[in-house]
Design a protein around this ligand. Structure first.
Ligand code: ZN
Ligand code: FE
Length: 244
């Protein structure tokens, strides 16, 4: 099976919108379009027709482009069932373990509540790809706006159980700030130190540090590495207050 083509579209101050194309079926979808114009322009430039929008959660920097992309392309909006009321553009509501397809590529919905109450991730097991929205970041995790540290702990455990080579597409470029905190949380972790050298060089050169992989996160992410929900809670609170 030919691989998915995944294009990063940087928008707003630090969001990444992911445009995903299956060359076999010629189907295209977009994950979490914060805005419409750059997404429509990128698809147009590639001769791709957007047929679907896949949302991970209701926040405006993930759904703000839904209505305009839908109006321009007729795309179907797929969104978490638990956030239906907050995503009025939704056409199809999905739940835990439901399958969503792009051509022959199947993704499974994972409910990962905590950043928002209905947050979901999409895992293409056959492609070793996961779209995780604002739940897992490179060396970080989402803030606990509508859920608990216990929920985020269980999300981290579930995601950590995916194969190490899984490519993780998160929705923000937060890596450098997360890494500065990770060095404080785990001062003896050489893998974090080594990764931060690469991240600092990349950011200096204006290069993106996302996607990451589950393997990299298992080695360097202080939230995924937290051994209890209490430790995750402490680290989340410390990161919220951290000015590195
Ligand atoms: Zn969010
Ligand atoms: Fe966000």
């Amino acid at each position: 099976m030919a691989g998915l083509e995944i294009v990063r579209i940087p928008v707003l101050s630090d969001n990444y919108v992911w445009l995903v194309h299956d060359p076999v079926s010629a189907e295209t979808m977009v994950v979490d379009p914060a805005v419409a114009e750059p997404v429509l322009a990128e698809a147009e430039a590639r001769g791709w027709k957007i047929g679907a929008i896949w949302n991970t959660h209701w926040h405006p920097d993930h759904t703000g482009g839904n209505a305009a992309i839908k109006a321009a392309t007729g795309a179907q909006v797929i969104a978490p069932a638990a956030e239906a009321a907050r995503i009025p553009t939704a056409d199809r509501l999905v739940r835990e373990s439901e399958e969503v397809r792009l051509g022959a590529h199947a993704a499974i919905v994972m409910e990962v509540p905590a950043h928002t109450a209905g947050h979901i991730a999409y895992h293409f097991a056959g492609d070793s790809v996961a779209f995780v929205g604002d739940t897992l970041f490179a060396m970080g995790c989402g803030r606990l706006f509508e859920g608990t540290a216990e929920q985020m702990f269980s999300n981290m455990q579930r995601l950590a159980a995916l194969p190490d080579d899984t490519m993780v597409y998160c929705a923000h470029e937060y890596t450098q700030s997360n890494g500065r905190y990770a060095l404080v949380a785990e001062p003896d972790n050489d893998a974090i130190r080594a990764r931060m050298a690469d991240v600092d060089a990349a950011r200096l050169a204006g290069v993106a540090t996302v996607p990451t992989t589950i393997g990299q996160e298992r080695a360097t992410n202080p939230f995924m590495r937290a051994q209890t929900s209490e430790i995750l809670a402490e680290r989340r609170a410390a990161k919220d207050a951290f000015r590195g």
